[in-house]
Ligand binder design. Structure first.
Ligand SMILES: [Fe+2]
Ligand SMILES: [Fe+2]
Length: 317
């Protein structure tokens, strides 16, 4: 009988005590589902918080702790643009957001991210260096985590949502990927930014203000070079988020999994959009034979307005 190593790929949970409060309930529902269904590992690919603030990080950490997931073996995370710069949540923010991005301390935000999820990273997190890029081996997989968030630039990254992987990080990634110690393992990259063509969705159903705004500035600079590096270094799969469009695709001989907690409902490549009572994630399964299969999954969510206490109670029974 064959068994497989199953990864629950989650992305863009956008937890914030101030905005999108229902995302807290959704994240709890989704983690309860994943834990109950005995996934071997969880990977969350950025925009874990909605606004990159202490309160959001604290909420996520409490939730992960509740589910006993602050554990190297159980969870891997990578950083998204919201975890550094936050996002636009109200119409009036459109006019001030660029200024806020300029003032955000990039290094301090990355450090905060690393501190809040420190149990999930390899030893570098404890030495004061940035943990990115990291490599960790869990089961048959070497997870390689990158920070793809570009620094603020008034022209090239005016609202913080564009991506860029700096040269020193790319050089280290190449060393990691070609290291003999992971040659026999499946190489799975965790990165926030996407590699497929972004399909802007209509501004009718389910399109939030911040998403329309971000649609102008979502690209990863140097994408082809990064993709080529991954491909020639034997990467098997790339897990990402950022677009809020769920999807599975292949490029340059690699599988790509695009996950979103609340996928947009009118994207061009969505055949089965989730409803308000469903949550979305992707299952990435590695078989004994080394075959990787990615599939879309749904978990139920309790109706809007359900208190977290009720959820806690539900989880205990
Ligand atoms: Fe996002
Ligand atoms: Fe993002």
């Amino acid at each position: 009988m064959t068994s497989s190593f199953r990864i629950a790929h989650i992305s863009d949970t956008h937890v914030s005590p101030e905005y999108n409060r229902h995302n807290v309930v959704k994240l709890k529902n989704l983690l309860a589902y994943v834990v109950d269904n005995k996934y071997d590992h969880i990977a969350i690919t950025g925009d874990i918080t909605g606004n990159g603030e202490y309160g959001g990080y604290r909420s996520v950490r409490r939730i992960l702790k509740y589910f006993n997931l602050l554990d190297y073996e159980k969870l891997s995370v990578t950083i998204g643009n919201h975890d550094i710069f936050g996002g636009v949540h109200r119409a009036e923010d459109l006019f001030t957001f660029g200024g806020r991005c300029r003032l955000r301390d990039y290094e301090a935000q990355v450090k905060m991210f690393e501190r809040f999820f420190k149990e999930t990273f390899p030893g570098k997190a404890y030495k004061g260096e940035s943990v990115f890029p990291f490599v960790k081996i869990v089961g048959p997989v070497a997870f390689i985590g990158l920070n793809s968030i570009s620094r603020f630039h008034a022209i090239w990254n005016p609202v913080g949502s564009n991506g860029r992987i700096e040269d020193n990080q790319l050089e280290e990634v190449e060393r990691i990927l070609l290291h003999p110690s992971i040659a026999a393992l499946k190489k799975i990259v965790l990165i926030h930014h996407h590699f497929n063509k972004y399909q802007p969705h209509s501004d009718s159903l389910g399109t939030t203000l911040y998403h329309k705004f971000e649609a102008q500035t979502l690209k990863l600079y140097g994408k082809s070079r990064v993709e080529e590096l991954f491909s020639k270094s034997g990467v098997d799969a790339v897990l990402h988020g950022h677009t809020h469009i769920e999807g599975i695709y292949s490029r340059s001989g690699m599988m790509f999994s695009s996950a979103a907690l609340n996928p947009v409902r009118d994207g061009a490549d969505i055949e089965e959009p989730s409803t308000d009572s469903q949550l979305s994630f992707n299952e990435v399964s590695v078989s004994d034979e080394g075959l990787i299969v990615v599939s879309k999954r749904r978990a139920a969510v309790l109706p809007k307005g359900t208190s977290s206490r009720a959820l806690d109670w539900k989880h205990h029974i």
